[in-house]
Design a protein around this ligand. Structure first.
Ligand SMILES: Cc1ncc(COP(=O)(O)O)c(C=O)c1O
Length: 456
């Protein structure tokens, strides 16, 4: 049976990492030192397909020649400045981002992280409406700072013990449109999206009736790639209007181009009042942000710490790289590519589901799908341990996937070729086969991130 064999030097890096760096880690704690295209390479020179595009951040993969050249040039010209001034890269990035958004979403407030971007959005909504309740969607994730933790309901131990430190301390949530495990045991389409109607009743009773915003991912991703029925987002928007609240859509995992459109909400006619972006839009450097209308921006400026600033938002180096990356995504029509290759990806994953009963469901859009790993298809009981074994085996086969809880993410760079996708999925298939045979045995996964995040 295959097993990892690491050099002494690699083992030494792993030991030093364990001793001095605090972070989430998988087992084994492989140390990577470079990447090119869709491949990352560890310190022993072993290659692995990067099936998570970094942290879902690299639509163009690693070391794209044009992006690298931009980085090199900008590094020698202007890296950082006082955030009380602007720079051409940030201005052009804001212009390009807003040109891809529906008319009206014309202004960007940059931030360093996606968490910050969502906090800006929440501040905007509170300043605009004068209300305080922020309603989220159960199983949503909007970041890790204390403010956005309150609207993050993916479960697991992450909120445990935070108590009133989360602000707003009371944040109501609506039911997730999770058809595979329907929270009210109905079936789509006969249900007529009753999860939202039931939620209306919850809002009526749980909120102060002064709702500042409903915040949702256009497709809730970390909560299990919950692709909502087509009626869901339009009805969520109606719900926001009914409560005179803003609709904030968080596209950190989805934009640009991941799902087959530049923004995932563009699969519907819904236009949010505020949209936040990060990850893929950042191209791997810390630049995220919040887009809204000129009217909202003007009305909220000067209140609640808005516009948001800080030491690093919109730094020229990060902005130049993000700008170049988005230009290439648009020039090379990567949204269309994602849609086309997504069909192949889905076909292959559906075939794997037929072969392996522990794949309970396959969900996703474009080049972002997830396997929902279960103990058996009748109970649909999440099997995080099995997901972790599959991830481990895939690593052995030379394909790096992210597994969190019982969900395995399939999210390759959008530049992946058909042959590479085919090869990477072949490796996943071998990993599934090994897992079905009970491999690996005698490995202690108790410290692996994927399981640490699981329900206890
Ligand atoms: C949907 C979503 N929103 C926001 C965030 C927070 O982004 P960041 O980690 O950059 O703060 C994440 C991070 O995973 C995310 O998945």
């Amino acid at each position: 049976m295959k097993s990892f064999s690491f050099s002494d030097a690699h083992r030494d890096w792993m030991r030093r990492d364990q001793e001095s760096v605090l972070g989430w880690r998988y087992e084994p704690r492989i140390i990577f030192e470079r990447g090119k295209g869709v491949v990352i390479t560890d310190v022993d020179g072993n290659d692995y397909y990067d099936m998570s595009s970094g942290m879902m951040t690299l639509p163009l993969g690693h070391a794209h020649p044009e992006v690298t050249e931009t980085l090199r040039q900008q590094a020698g010209r202007f890296v950082h400045e006082s955030s009380w001034y602007s720079n051409p890269c940030a201005i052009e990035l804001a212009e390009l981002i807003t040109s891809t958004l529906p008319d009206g979403l014309d202004v960007v407030n940059f931030a360093v992280t996606g968490s910050e971007a969502n906090e800006i959005a929440m501040r905007m909504a509170i300043a605009k409406t004068g209300a305080f309740d922020i309603v989220s969607v159960i199983r949503g994730l909007h970041g890790g700072s204390l403010a956005v933790e309150s609207v993050t309901t993916v479960g697991g131990p992450r909120r445990q013990g935070l108590g009133p430190l989360m602000t707003p301390a009371s944040a109501p949530a609506v039911l997730a449109p999770f058809c595979y495990r329907c929270p009210i045991n109905l079936e789509y389409p006969a249900c007529d999206v009753a999860c939202l109607e039931t939620s209306e009743w919850l809002l009526e009773h749980l909120t102060t009736k002064n709702i500042a915003a409903i915040i949702a991912e256009s497709i809730p991703v970390p909560g299990g790639m919950i692709v909502p029925p087509k009626e869901w987002l339009p009805r969520l928007k109606e719900m926001a209007r009914h409560w005179r609240a803003l609709l904030i859509l968080d596209e950190a995992q989805l934009a640009p181009a991941r799902t087959g459109k530049i923004w995932a909400f563009q699969h519907t006619d819904v236009v949010p009042d505020v949209v936040t972006f990060g990850k893929g839009m950042s191209a791997g450097l810390p630049i995220c942000g919040t887009a809204t209308t000129r009217a909202i921006a003007d009305e909220v400026s000067g209140r609640l710490g808005l516009p948001w600033s800080g030491t690093y938002p919109a730094d020229p180096l990060a902005a130049a790289v993000a700008l170049k990356s988005l230009q290439i995504v648009l020039r090379d029509k990567l949204a269309e590519r994602s849609e086309t290759l997504g069909v192949t990806l889905r076909r292959r994953l559906d075939a794997l589901k037929q072969a392996y009963p522990f794949i309970g469901d396959v969900r996703g859009k474009g080049l972002y799908h997830m396997l929902d790993i279960v103990t058996d298809r009748d109970s649909k009981k999440p099997d995080a341990a099995m997901a972790e074994r599959i991830r481990y085996n895939a690593m052995l086969e030379g394909a790096a996937f992210i597994a969190v809880k019982n969900f395995i993410r399939v999210c390759p760079p959008l530049i992946i070729s058909e042959a590479e996708l085919d090869d990477a999925l072949g490796r996943l298939e071998r990993a599934l086969k090994l897992a079905a045979q009970g491999h690996p045995r005698n490995i202690d996964f108790s410290k692996s991130s994927s399981l640490a995040a699981a329900e206890r």
